[in-house]
Ligand binder design. Structure first.
Ligand code: UGA
Length: 441
């Protein structure tokens, strides 16, 4: 099938590459010409396992193309994906300016029936807005072309985006037209084998499903962080509690890890956006507000432990930091706990020596101008002559470090672990002052 994808970000590029891989003819459009030119040369704008070879192969074989010309894109696809960003407005609502701009572009250039598919995470009611924008432009053009608007939210995780997209757990489709359902069944056929993963519903329910999923996951995390904080008061160990409750199949082991807070481009933004949506319709979202508050406080947990150990004034102190990305297997630092941590340390006069397996360029881009940040080439180098080690991301390579080497490199054997990677007993026996989340620190 001929497909056009507007927006070559995480969602758009991964989806486009995976659709091309199974044989669809995919055209990607982005307003950023530099990005388009780079992609044509095989330069992939994001780090995502498996993505680069997939894009290159499908581009070389002609099933995946890139252009900055929207006219070409509108002409190409029967199905037009909108996969542009929906950044938060000043008040936390999702800003739909990019989504409506794409809708307008499609309407300006379309000359035959199109299925416009919302892939971006958009508030309930957006499909109606997109429909209204398209109708308005078509009316202004004085043409009478039929079109459909569909909600088809994406559930991929950064770091596992290609795998998630190839083997989706569910394909949620919100439509009011049974004919469109048939087209989407054909489009997603290669991903819908073994058993039917397509869940078809009305448009508004599909739009809300996306927010409900992310907010549910964020709620699990904030709940565990609350219990972790309580465990500290009660002298209990959150890791033991996690195993104890995860064994209940109704609760499950996923997404119940306490830590220094959730980050990324999705959870913080989506929880906030659903709060705003609720408020706009006159509903008080008490639980969602608590989820957000707990998370904001949780990002200050490590700085609090640091104050407890070293006092408020950190002038003259250097901290080794392992992990800058908001989670492992990505270079993404949006809303990362590491950023709040560094900013707190800097406020108190400390120097940071940071290392991350993938996010060094991103850190350089964001904080390259600072003279109180040293970006180090290895995790060992980050430790040299630092007063303590702080861990913000659970990269695999941090899980079994050489503790003796850490002890030798640091000025003092102190570790602040925001991801509960090590066994506290072992750390105490090895002579470390070890602060973890909800483990009796
Ligand atoms: C999230 C969802 O998991 C995806 O299903 C969704 O499609 C995506 O948002 C989206 O809306 O596009 P992602 O932002 O890539 O995916 O990241 P997650 O893997 O969900 O992790 C989010 C944050 O939660 C990370 O900072 C992670 O460290 C934290 N986390 C996760 C915890 O603190 N504890 C846990 O138990 C799990």
């Amino acid at each position: 099938m001929k497909v056009t994808v507007f927006g070559i970000g995480y969602v758009g590029l991964v989806q486009a590459a995976v659709l091309a891989e199974v044989g669809h003819d995919v055209m990607c459009i982005d307003v950023d010409e530099t990005k388009v030119e780079k992609l044509k040369k095989g330069e992939i704008p994001i780090y995502e396992p498996g993505l680069a070879p997939l894009v290159t192969k499908n581009y070389e074989e002609g099933r995946l193309r890139f252009s900055a010309d929207p006219r070409v894109g509108v002409e190409h696809g029967v199905i037009q994906f909108i996969a542009v960003g929906t950044p938060p407005d000043e008040d936390g609502s999702a800003d739909l300016k990019y989504v409506t701009a794409v809708a307008r572009t499609i309407a300006e250039h379309m000359s035959s029936h199109k299925v416009i598919l919302d892939k971006s995470t958009v508030p309930v009611g957006t499909a109606d807005k997109v429909r209204a924008v398209i109708r308005e432009v078509l009316n202004a053009r004085g043409v009478d072309i039929t079109f459909d608007v569909v909600s088809n939210p994406e559930f991929l995780k950064e770091g596992a985006a290609v795998a998630d997209c190839r083997r989706p757990e569910r394909i949620v489709v919100g439509t009011d037209n049974p004919e469109v359902e048939a087209w989407l069944r054909e489009l997603y056929e290669p991903f819908n084998r073994n058993h039917d993963r397509m869940i078809v519903m009305d448009i508004r329910s599909a739009e809300l499903t996306k927010y409900a999923a992310n907010c549910m996951l964020a709620t699990k995390i904030s709940f565990m962080n609350e219990i972790a904080n309580l465990a500290e008061y009660l002298g209990a160990d959150i890791e033991k509690v996690r195993q104890g409750i995860g064994s209940d199949s109704r609760i499950g082991y996923h997404f119940i890890y306490a830590g220094c807070g959730y980050g990324g481009s999705c959870f913080p933004k989506d929880v906030q956006a659903l709060i705003r949506t609720a408020e706009q319709v006159g509903y008080t979202p008490r639980l969602l507000r608590a989820v957000e508050d707990i998370n904001n406080d949780q990002k200050l947990k490590l700085p609090q432990y640091i104050s407890r150990h070293f006092g408020e004034d950190l002038r003259g102190k250097t901290f080794a930091l392992w992990g800058l990305s908001f989670k492992p297997n990505t270079d993404d630092m949006r809303e990362a706990s590491s950023r709040i941590l560094m900013e707190e340390l800097w406020k108190r006069g400390a120097m940071v020596q940071a290392y991350d397996p993938e996010a060094m360029n991103e850190a350089q881009r964001i904080y390259g101008h600072r003279d109180d940040l040293r970006l180090m080439g290895t995790k060992e180098a980050a430790l040299q002559k630092a007063d303590a080690l702080v861990i913000c991301t659970e990269w695999q390579s941090f899980r079994a470090p050489d503790l003796d080497a850490i002890k030798q490199a640091l000025r003092q054997p102190v570790i602040f672990d925001g991801r509960n990677l090590y066994d506290p007993e072992r750390m105490y026996k090895r002579g470390f002052a070890y602060y973890a989340i909800g483990r009796g620190a």
